[in-house]
Design a protein around this ligand. Structure first.
Ligand code: FE
Ligand code: FE
Ligand code: ZN
Length: 298
């Protein structure tokens, strides 16, 4: 895939001159015009970062990445001060699957996604580590590492960010220890990073409401804070330690607006893309609240 313009795009995406250093955006759509749609939606929210899925979570062939209007979108991002966009890998990928066919599908999709994201010039691919579907956690952890070892060459220009999960179903990568273990089994571990998700972490039993600093300390002790590259900011419809993954709008869940505000403004998250994945298209007002902005009068 052509990578000729990547170095010139680099500066557009990887400087973060916003004075507060807070990068906050949302999971946006690429319908019709690809990245242009994503950037235009981000501008509507007056946000300075964003996340997309480059392919449908319902499966099927991926849209050609050359049709995403990359150059035009990167130009607009530069003008508007939008930085460090994130790509989320398809939900259909399960690198922990005991089924050969499913595992191989995951390997091929992630391999392709790395190339697609490198073409866009973005740095972060967020992925759910996987589900063991009955085989148990130690099996799943080895299986995920095996997949990553077969995919990564060490020459990638992107970070694969393992997302911390809520402990629902048979998911792995719920605890910081599990994430650390996966990383420790991967040869090119320098290509691995981590995405936290406030809904998942709270649901799994990390008390980020009363002790976000304690959570970060554990993160630093087990994984190393240098690996924290992306954060998902969601409230949770279910209580602390419920092991469920149900996102709520900011201030309408068990975590609450105050705690989420503190997290978004925490020093440790400066210059890290923070992405809302909340229901129902309330992104503009949620971002306004989290950034102390007077709501747009529309
Ligand atoms: Fe996710
Ligand atoms: Fe998430
Ligand atoms: Zn979730």
């Amino acid at each position: 895939m052509p990578k000729t313009e990547q170095s010139s795009n680099e500066s557009a995406i990887h400087q973060t001159p916003n004075p507060k250093g807070i990068l906050l955006g949302a999971n946006v759509s690429i319908a019709k015009t690809g990245l242009m749609a994503a950037v235009e939606e981000t501008i509507q929210y007056d946000a300075n970062t964003y996340m997309i899925y480059t392919r449908s979570n319902r499966g099927g062939k991926a849209r050609p990445i050359e049709d995403f209007n990359r150059d035009q979108a990167l130009e607009l991002m530069k003008q508007k001060g939008i930085f460090d966009p994130v790509v989320h890998l398809s939900y259909l990928v399960n690198l922990a699957s005991p089924k050969e066919e499913t595992w191989e599908y995951g390997v091929s999709v992630l391999t392709e996604e790395i190339q697609r994201v490198e073409y866009l010039g973005f740095k972060y691919i967020v992925m759910h580590p996987g589900s063991h579907v009955g085989e148990g956690e130690p099996y799943a952890i080895r299986r995920i590492a095996e997949a990553l070892n077969s995919i990564l060459t060490g020459n990638e220009d992107v970070f694969i960010c393992l997302e911390t999960m809520a402990g629902d179903g048979s998911k792995v990568g719920n605890s910081l220890e599990q994430i650390a273990e996966i990383i420790s089994l991967v040869k090119h571990e320098d290509k691995l990073a981590v995405c936290i998700d406030t809904c998942h972490n709270y649901s799994f039993g990390y008390d980020i409401v009363n002790d976000f600093d304690g959570f970060l300390k554990s993160f630093d002790d087990t994984i190393g804070l240098n690996r924290l590259k992306v954060a998902h900011i969601n409230d949770s419809k279910t209580p602390f330690n419920s092991h469920k993954d149900r996102h709520a709008n900011i201030g309408e869940g068990s975590i609450g607006q105050e705690a989420l505000y503190r997290i978004v403004h925490h020093e440790a998250l400066r210059n890290i893309p923070q992405i809302l994945e909340t229901p129902g298209g309330k992104y503009r007002s949620e971002i306004d609240v989290l950034l102390d902005r007077t709501p747009a009068s529309e």
